[in-house]
Design a protein. Structure first.
Length: 737
């Protein structure tokens, strides 16, 4: 913060308090000392003074006390040799000025009782534009909106824009965000609200554009309104200034836009507003007050262009954008989540082995992306004939001051159920094995790929507004772009997976639950430990931990693992108790490290399913992307259909691809050395890690001993291969317990 702004604000404080003192003396000469002082039809005396100090001003002579108080707040003048920080004295000077302004307005009403137009609407025909302080009827009607959230707060606008069109553009932007627009003060002989009237905009409380008054002092009505609301609806006691100011900072999203030259009088008002946590954004080159502390973020930001000021104000104040409407042609909601798009209803599809489909959420810088921008690069549904397919890359960029890279997987995992919420559209899988099926009914309603972006933008704001401020979605349907995004996404997935690489289950006392999939598989509870990632592959222990931080009542709850019942099979009392409750009694216990004995439950999202192969004394696993036959006699889809309902099915278990090479993978059944068959593509995908694990387990050639579909797709076909290679599973204890 610069010395200059401190100087201006402190000078301003002196000026305002002195002016108020002068006018008070004059009034005491021309009016009786017991003349009534009030804002008409209000029950809170002079509300800023009353709320912050408890002083009740009822008569003219009562003004002496708050005036003396304001004088006492004024800090010593800034001298050349003083050093930073100036924030404390600056805030006091600003507060003194706010008291001064409220007294000046009270004296004006004493002298000119009809200066302000009573009620909600101006009377433009009779030249009565200014409404002055809101009466209690308006407060009751409107103030409650600040409390119930239907109005997040207000933009206090002082001064005038270069022209009426600019004023209209800015104010309409604020209206769209459901904010009230409180207008005060003029600049070059006009004001924003006069410019709005000129541009044909309706002003008044009904359109949320409130013309308070022509002078900067009338800006105090905005603060008085906020403080009255805090007393009336927030239960804050008069005089409890700390609570009042905190209440406003935390609950009322308000800020000041200053249009025009900011002299000492505006400067001190801006400093005053900082006490409430309301920052000022100006269109001129004034000295900034950037360090944060009192306001949520910066205090005074200068030189903001008119195009940007709305978005910047909202960012600086930390206001969360409310997207209430999801503008797509199809119905939308959890009711449609479980709806399937079967063969006969299918119009077109993306992914699912027919084409590549991939999903990636990445954090971006605030300046890098544009909120709400949704772009489809390539063909859309309208360009397709029935039965055709498209590749699809869903690339979501999110930015926010609270956003962390750790949150990316959590947001990404939402894509699954959010797309499923669209009526007539079905989503399966995640990451680079996503699959979207669009039904004829969806296409008839007008569904396009763009709607996916509209949904993700709106729902991310609604559900994760706490951590993000901007969401931009790009949907690629050209093969080249999708392949590029897939390659990049795989790199990201790898980094995410490896975040738990060096952690062990013994390292932690807390595991996490995941019940995100209960809408499809009602009894299903994933328990996620460092060495057992979620079976969808999208959630590991770190992700669940981050998800719990964002949403403490959400689907990822910490589980105190408690007493260890079986260290080999991986069973803990705390987990059993949790699972029993979370499955509503359907599942009493399960093992983390066994697929043979009481394995964990499986839902339809699993990346891969392992199955026992008794004749080979081993196990196989098959991933979703492999569509062929397997030695257990079932294709992936059949297995998923049988196992995916949320039950524990001994002999089978759903797991993530990464889990295959995690150290605890089915250790209760002999571990990775049991693995006798995998699809070639999965083997190749995991190659480096499989080789490394084989070496660690003392079987360096394990990778080459695992059969794939080129060797055979029945137990009989692969057994000779295993014997020839000397696969370790053949000499292990019997897998049948
Ligand atoms: Fe959560 Fe498990 Fe579903 Fe993944 S599969 S989202 S970890 S419940
Ligand atoms: Zn699932």
């Amino acid at each position: 913060m610069s010395k200059l702004v401190a100087f201006a604000a402190i000078q301003g404080g002196y000026k305002v308090v002195s002016t108020a003192e002068g006018q008070f003396r004059n009034a005491m000469e021309s009016f009786n000392a017991d003349s009534k002082i009030e804002f008409p039809n209000t029950g809170y005396y002079l509300p800023v003074i009353y709320s912050l100090t408890g002083m009740k001003v009822e008569k003219l002579e009562d003004l002496a006390k708050p005036l003396a108080f304001a004088r006492g707040l004024l800090p010593p003048h800034v001298k050349g040799k003083n050093h930073l920080p100036y924030l404390g004295p600056l805030l006091d000077a600003g507060m003194a000025a706010i008291f001064g302004y409220e007294i000046l307005e009270a004296l004006r009403i004493l002298r000119q009782p009809d200066f302000y137009m009573p009620g909600e609407e101006p009377d433009l025909e009779n030249g009565k534009l200014w409404l002055g302080p809101a009466d209690d009827v308006i407060l009751r009607k409107r103030g409650v909106e600040f409390v119930d959230g239907s109005a997040p707060g207000f933009a206090a606008i002082v001064g005038a824009c270069p022209d009426p069109e600019t004023a209209k553009m800015i104010v309409e932007d604020y209206q769209k965000k459901n904010l009230y627009i409180f207008c005060a003060a003029n600049h070059n002989g006009t004001s924003v609200v006069e410019q709005l009237v000129e541009a044909g905009v309706q002003v008044g409380w009904n359109t949320r554009i409130v013309p308070f008054g022509p002078d900067i002092s009338s800006a105090v009505f905005a603060l008085g309104f906020a403080n009255r609301a805090a007393m009336a609806f927030g239960g804050v006691q008069p005089g409890d200034y700390k609570k009042i100011l905190h209440y406003n900072k935390d609950r009322v999203f308000a800020f000041v836009n200053a249009f025009g030259d900011i002299g000492t009088e505006w400067g001190t008002a801006a400093a005053g507003c900082v006490n409430w946590g309301f920052p000022t954004l100006a269109d001129t080159d004034i000295p900034e007050i950037l360090p944060t502390g009192i306001c949520t973020y910066e205090h005074v930001v200068a030189n903001v262009s008119h195009e940007e000021i709305c978005q910047r104000s909202v960012e600086v104040r930390g206001l969360k954008v409310q997207v209430t409407e999801i503008d797509i042609p199809c119905s939308f909601g959890p009711a449609f989540e479980g709806e399937r798009v079967r063969g006969a209803d299918l119009y077109c599809q993306m992914g699912g082995g027919k084409t590549q489909a991939v999903e990636l959420v990445k954090k971006a810088e605030m300046s890098e992306i544009e909120d709400g921008k949704v772009t489809v690069v390539g063909k859309d549904v309208g360009d397709l004939k029935e039965g055709e397919t498209l590749p699809l890359g869903i690339y979501v960029q999110v930015a926010g001051r609270e956003m962390q890279t750790d949150f990316e997987p959590i947001l990404e995992r939402q894509i699954h159920h959010l797309i499923n919420y669209i009526q007539g559209v079905m989503h399966i899988g995640q990451r680079d094995i996503a699959w979207i099926r669009v039904g004829k009914a969806g296409v008839e309603k007008g569904f396009t790929i763009k709607d996916i972006g509209v949904v993700l933008h709106a729902k991310f704001h609604q559900d994760f507004g706490k951590i993000l401020d901007k969401v931009q979605v790009t949907l690629y349907t050209d093969k080249k772009d999708v392949d590029e995004l897939t390659a990049r996404a795989r790199g990201e997935y790898k980094t995410r997976d490896e975040r738990v690489e060096n952690m062990t289950d013994e390292d932690v006392e807390i595991y996490y639950s995941c019940t995100l999939c209960q809408s499809f598989a009602p009894n299903h509870v994933c328990s996620v430990s460092p060495e057992r990632t979620g079976l969808c592959g999208a959630y590991n222990w770190m992700d669940c931990k981050a998800s719990f931080e964002i949403n403490p009542t959400g689907p990822n709850q910490p589980i105190e693992k408690g007493e260890c019942i079986d260290p080999v099979m991986g069973q803990w009392k705390g987990v059993n108790d949790f699972v029993f409750k979370a499955s509503r009694g359907a599942v009493t216990h399960y093992n983390f490290y066994s697929m043979v004995v009481d394995p964990m439950t499986t839902c339809g999202c699993c990346e891969a399913i392992a199955a026992m192969l008794p004749s080979c004394n081993g196990v196989m696993t098959v991933n979703r992307d492999y569509t062929g036959e397997t030695p257990c006699g079932m294709k992936f889809t059949t297995l998923a259909g049988v196992m995916g309902g949320g039950a524990s099915s001994p002999g089978f278990v759903g797991h993530s691809k990464f889990n295959v090479t995690q150290k605890k993978f089915i250790t209760g059944d002999g571990g990775l050395l049991r693995m006798v068959w995998m699809p070639k593509s999965l083997k190749e995908e995991l190659k480096d890690r499989l080789i490394k694990r084989g070496e660690e387990l003392g079987v360096p050639g394990l990778y080459d001993m695992i059969a794939d579909e080129t060797v055979g797709i029945t137990e009989e076909e692969i057994l000779p291969f295993l014997q020839e290679k000397g696969h370790p599973a053949l000499t292990m204890d019997s897998i049948i317990k």
